[in-house]
Write a protein that binds this ligand. Structure first.
Ligand SMILES: Nc1ncnc2c1ncn2[C@@H]1O[C@H](COP(=O)(O)OP(=O)(O)O)[C@@H](O)[C@H]1O
Ligand SMILES: C[C@@](O)(CCOP(=O)(O)OP(=O)(O)O)CC(=O)O
Length: 488
């Protein structure tokens, strides 16, 4: 029998930065070095009402469950007399961010599908995570009775650019580490930390732990949660990416080698006959034909002592999907040249990672305190990325970012930096000496920062600011409820 659910479950998962290996990591022949961040997305699942066929909510915490039930969050349509189970998802840091769903049990093993009520704009990442997690849960627990659930999403501030409200005096009015953004989610500008991967990971993990496992099972269940989160994230995105962001959300910082795309290609859509069995096989890695082959090496890896990683938001977004398509099209048409370039990048990225690892393991090896080797490898990686930019005609490191990286690399205490991930006009990453005076000097640079070059791709960067986010290394984890006072 499945374990009895406790009444409230809270988990969080981190954002990511792909320090090196952008584009290369799409191909299993290469790897990416991904760092988890200390900016996390939290998901709190509350059991509002027992499953009406008498299944849920009768666990060891049933007193707390009935309290949660009577403290029914505002706006919920769930009440005791109603037979229909509903799931209400809220993102209370944003205006009107409430999504309410009914649960549809599909025939012929089509799984469990959530159907959105009302006319709030749909949130594909929330919706798909719910359908995928409930399908898996109902298959393993052999029960389709979920009861009604209230789900709260809380994100650390650095996932989105500041808004008038988040900067203002009332931003922390509800208390704790989370701010009120005062705008609808669609109007919030993302800083590119991988909010959707962290959200999907925290959401599917909290639902699965809530219904089929105990909090202590998180370690042992990590691989299954990874497989489920990758499947849900790909379905919500409508494409199979490399999955490095979901891997970092689950396992934390690591050297990542992607899974073979074929693993997820045959899952099909929720509602289609046999979906529950296929999803179960994917999550439990039960397919002999397509076993999971993701490789996350050195997970939980740390930066060397005395080094810190910072991100600089440049207030200007880029379109990753079309950039990826263009780079891959160029690679297909220029295979020989691309292979040489990809090999040079891989080789240098690997040396950089090995040196970071060596210094992390032998803190005394950095005798001059300058991280000179790291500086050299970062410069070489940038050199190859600029070649990639020129040859593909894609603004991976466009000249306004070259200018910014060059200027910041000259600041005393900055070891070097790169455009992470797909590059473009997203936040850049810097490795610096872990010293407050370096942060002070960087902030001084940003006060009057003005770009003096004309960009080769017509991009412009506005305000540059240091994000508060730092390297975090840890993947998905259980959370304590006290920190959500005022929000849940
Ligand atoms: N706090 C949040 N609450 C609810 N949904 C969120 C939240 N943050 C992000 N999302 C979902 O993730 C989407 C952004 O994902 P995506 O475009 O992949 O950006 P990112 O690069 O940050 O992952 C949003 O459109 C929304 O569906
Ligand atoms: C090009 C890529 O290899 C890296 C993209 O990294 P980003 O960190 O830029 O990704 P987004 O969060 O989607 O903006 C694509 C991939 O690996 O999926």
């Amino acid at each position: 029998m499945a374990p009895q659910p406790s009444s409230i479950t809270a988990l969080s998962a981190p954002g990511k930065v792909l320090l090196t290996g952008g584009y290369l990591v799409l191909d299993r022949a290469y790897t990416g070095t991904v760092f988890a961040l200390d900016a996390r997305i939290h998901v709190i699942v509350q059991q509002l009402r027992r499953g009406h066929r008498g299944q849920a909510g009768s666990g060891p915490d049933s007193k707390a469950a009935s309290e949660a039930q009577s403290a029914k969050p505002e706006g919920s349509t769930v009440d005791e007399g109603e037979v229909e189970d509903t799931i209400v998802v809220r993102s209370p840091q944003f205006v009107n961010a409430v999504w309410e769903y009914t649960i549809q049990r599909c025939e012929n093993g089509g799984g469990v599908k959530v159907i959105q009520k009302g006319d709030t704009p749909r949130n594909p990442f929330v919706e798909t995570s719910l359908s995928y997690a409930l399908t898996y849960i109902s298959y393993v627990a052999d029960s389709k009775d979920f009861g009604s659930l209230s789900v709260t999403i809380l994100a650390d501030n650095d996932y989105y650019s500041e808004t008038a409200t988040s900067k203002g005096p009332g931003s922390h009015s509800r208390g704790g580490r989370f701010v009120n953004f005062g705008v609808p989610l669609q109007e919030a500008h993302k800083t590119g930390l991988g909010s959707s991967a962290a959200l999907v990971t925290a959401l599917v993990s909290s639902l699965v732990i809530h219904r089929t496992m105990q909090a202590d099972d998180l370690g042992a269940g990590r691989d299954k949660l990874h497989n489920l989160a990758q499947a849900a994230h790909c379905a919500a995105q409508g494409k199979v990416g490399s999955g490095f962001d979901v891997a970092a959300a689950v396992y934390g910082s690591c050297l990542y080698k992607r899974f073979s795309p074929a693993i997820l290609e045959s899952v099909g859509d929720v509602g289609s006959a046999g979906f529950d069995e296929r999803l179960f096989a994917v999550v439990e890695d039960a397919s002999a034909e397509h076993p999971w082959d993701t490789e996350c090496v050195d997970f939980g890896m740390q930066l060397p002592r005395g080094m810190q990683m910072v991100l600089c938001d440049v207030e200007c977004g880029s379109q990753t999907p079309s950039m990826v398509k263009k780079v891959l099209a160029w690679r297909n048409e220029n295979r020989k040249e691309a292979d040489i370039l990809w090999a040079s990048l891989q080789n240098n990225n690997e040396r950089l990672r090995q040196e970071l690892k060596r210094l992390a393991q032998h803190p005394d090896a950095n005798t001059d305190g300058e991280f000179t080797e790291i500086q050299t490898y970062l410069q070489r990686t940038r050199h190859h990325i600029r070649t990639m930019t020129r040859r593909t005609g894609v603004p991976i490191e466009p000249s306004v970012q070259t200018e910014l990286l060059d200027r910041l690399s000259d600041v005393d205490g900055v070891i070097g930096g790169v455009v992470p991930g797909a590059g473009g006009y997203d936040a850049i990453v810097l490795l610096i000496r872990d010293d407050q005076s370096v942060i002070t000097r960087l902030n001084e640079q940003f006060e009057n920062y003005e770009s003096l070059v004309e960009d080769d791709f017509g991009g412009k960067i506005g305000n540059v600011r240091l994000l508060g986010v730092r390297h975090g290394s840890e993947g998905v984890k259980n959370e304590v409820l006290e920190q959500y006072a005022g929000w849940v």
